[in-house]
Design a protein. Structure first.
Length: 202
């Protein structure tokens, strides 16, 4: 018996899966073969429609003292009953860079495609990824006024990482009692405090 499966995605009318020859009682084996082939070979936008994608939550925050000045970020990854907290810092940066860095660091931790809800208090990050980035890509990473996009390298990295997943970007007001946002802010401040301690030790 021969099985040929097709799926559709927005860039082509049909996406073929190689022919698989099967015998009786081999449905589980077929599904494993199909799933493996899809994840290894399908375009990233096709992955968005796959029902096997697990859901996780990501919370991020970033900030700096001075803007520019010493900065830090914090992020939380929560899924499958597990919680991972990450933080980091930079001696001379900006608030927006730290907000973007928090999202990049969290997404880099993921080893497979996920359906993600990413929550941040940065309108710059949310609007950038849901509104502005589409025109930036079309215009070769130039703004409407034909100026280079600020923090282009970080936006490009976020764009590349986001194509591996299905991400819903959510904005929340900062310092408004959102538990995970408050925790990310705490992590970012701890990271900034570590910078100050290093300077004071020297």
């Amino acid at each position: 018996m021969k099985l040929i499966c097709y799926g559709s995605h927005k860039n082509s009318s049909a996406y073929p899966i190689p022919e698989v020859y099967i015998g009786k009682n081999c449905k589980k084996h077929i599904q494993k073969l199909v799933d493996h082939y899809l994840f290894q070979n399908a375009p990233t936008d096709y992955l968005h429609a796959l029902p096997v994608m697990k859901s996780i939550e990501i919370f991020t925050d970033g900030g700096c003292k001075g803007n520019p000045g010493p900065g830090g970020y914090g992020c939380i990854i929560r899924g499958d009953g597990n919680v991972l907290e990450l933080k980091g810092s930079h001696p001379q940066t900006t608030n927006n860079i730290m907000e973007m860095t928090a999202a990049i660091v969290a997404l880099k931790e993921l080893s497979q495609p996920y359906q993600i809800t990413l929550t941040t208090d940065s309108q710059y990050l949310v609007k950038g990824m849901t509104e502005w980035i589409h025109n930036w890509v079309k215009k070769g990473w130039l703004t409407a006024s034909r100026q280079p996009v600020k923090n282009k390298e970080l936006w490009q990295e976020l764009h590349s990482l986001s194509k591996q997943h299905k991400i819903t970007w959510i904005w929340v007001k900062g310092h408004a009692g959102h538990p995970e946002n408050e925790r990310c802010d705490q992590l970012a401040n701890e990271a900034m405090d570590n910078i100050e301690c290093k300077f004071s030790d020297n």
